[in-house]
Design a protein around this ligand. Structure first.
Ligand code: ADP
Ligand code: MG
Length: 247
C-alpha cells in the first residue's frame, strides 16, 4: 500500500506571548486531499495555529513545512503564493461590488483591488469566475451586489474568493457560525466538493457538522494536541469528554 502524500508537516511549533505558550511544541501532519477538523475549548490555540501557518503570527520555535518548503521564514504574501489560503472568522468581502467583481478582483494578478478593477476582464478570468461561482453555488447571483447576499452566501463568496487562487491548502475558521440549518447542509456539501482537489483545515464547534465533514479530528487543549483520530474514537476519549465535549 502506498503511503498518503504529506502536504503539511508541523513539528515542535511553539509561540509565546509574554511567556505564555499559546502553541506548545505542537506536531501536526496533513495529507494531500485530507479534510482535517480541529476542535477544542476556547483559548486552546486553534486560531493561533492558523495564524502561524499563514504567517500572520511568527513562531517562537519549530517548523512548518508545506510541500517541500519551510513557511516560518516567509511573509503572509509569500505564503499565499505558495498555495495556502485562509479564511478568517469575520467575512471580508467588498459589500458594494457585485459577486462577479468580488471574485474577479481575487484572481491572482499581483494587483490590489483598484488595479484589478481597471484591469481588462480576460476570457481566462471570466472562465475561472464562472467555475468558482458554480462551486460555491452563486452562479445565479453573479450580478448581485455582495452586500445583498444572505449571511451564508457571503461566507461562500469569501470561500470563492480564496478558491480563485486555487490554493492547495485551504484553512477555514468556524465557517458555519451564524448559518441556518439549510446553509450548514449546503456548506458541508461545498466543503466536500472543494476538498476533492486540495487539502483543508477547518476549525469548528458544531459536532454534527464535524462528524459530517471530517476525515480526521484533532483536539487541541492548552496549545497542545490532546487527541487525534477518527471522530468516533475522539468522541469516546475520556480526556476529550473531560476538557471539551462534557461541557
Ligand atoms: P482558540 O481559537 O482555540 O479559541 P486562540 O488561538 O484564539 O484560541 O487563543 C489561544 C490563547 O492565546 C488565548 O489565551 C489567547 O488569549 C492567546 N492569544 C492569542 N493571540 C494572542 C496575541 N496576539 N497576544 C497575546 N495573547 C494571544
Ligand atoms: Mg478561535
Amino acid at each position: 500500500m502506498s503511503k498518503a502524500e504529506l502536504v503539511l508537516s508541523i513539528e515542535d511549533l511553539t509561540v509565546s506571548f509574554d511567556g505564555f505558550k499559546a502553541i506548545d511544541a505542537l506536531n501536526l501532519y496533513v495529507d494531500k486531499g485530507e479534510l482535517r477538523v480541529i476542535i477544542g475549548p476556547n483559548g486552546a490555540g486553534k486560531t493561533t495555529l492558523l495564524d502561524l501557518i499563514c504567517g500572520k503570527t511568527k513562531a517562537s520555535a519549530g517548523r512548518i513545512r508545506f510541500r517541500d518548503q519551510e513557511m516560518t521564514k516567509l511573509n503572509e504574501h509569500e505564503i499565499v503564493r505558495c498555495g495556502i489560503g485562509r479564511k478568517f472568522q469575520t467575512p471580508s468581502i467588498y459589500e458594494n461590488l457585485s459577486v462577479f467583481k468580488n471574485l474577479e478582483v481575487s484572481y491572482p494578478s499581483g494587483r490590489g483591488v483598484f488595479g484589478a478593477l481597471a484591469f481588462r476582464c480576460t476570457d481566462e478570468i471570466r472562465a475561472r469566475v464562472d467555475e468558482v461561482a458554480g462551486e460555491i453555488g452563486l452562479r445565479e447571483h453573479l450580478t448581485m451586489e455582495a452586500g445583498l447576499l444572505s449571511h451564508g452566501q457571503k461566507q461562500w463568496l469569501e470561500i470563492g474568493m480564496l478558491l480563485m487562487q486555487d490554493p492547495e491548502l485551504l484553512m477555514l475558521d468556524e465557517p458555519i457560525a451564524g448559518m441556518s440549518v439549510r446553509e450548514r447542509e449546503l456548506t458541508a456539501e461545498l466543503l466536500e466538493r472543494i476538498c476533492r482537489n486540495r487539502s483543508m483545515i477547518v476549525i469548528e464547534h458544531d459536532m454534527e457538522f464535524v462528524k459530517r465533514i471530517a476525515h480526521k479530528v484533532t483536539v487541541m487543549h492548552q496549545g497542545k494536541i490532546l487527541a487525534e483520530g477518527p471522530m468516533e474514537r475522539v468522541q469516546a476519549d475520556p480526556k476529550v469528554i473531560d476538557v471539551y465535549l462534557g461541557h
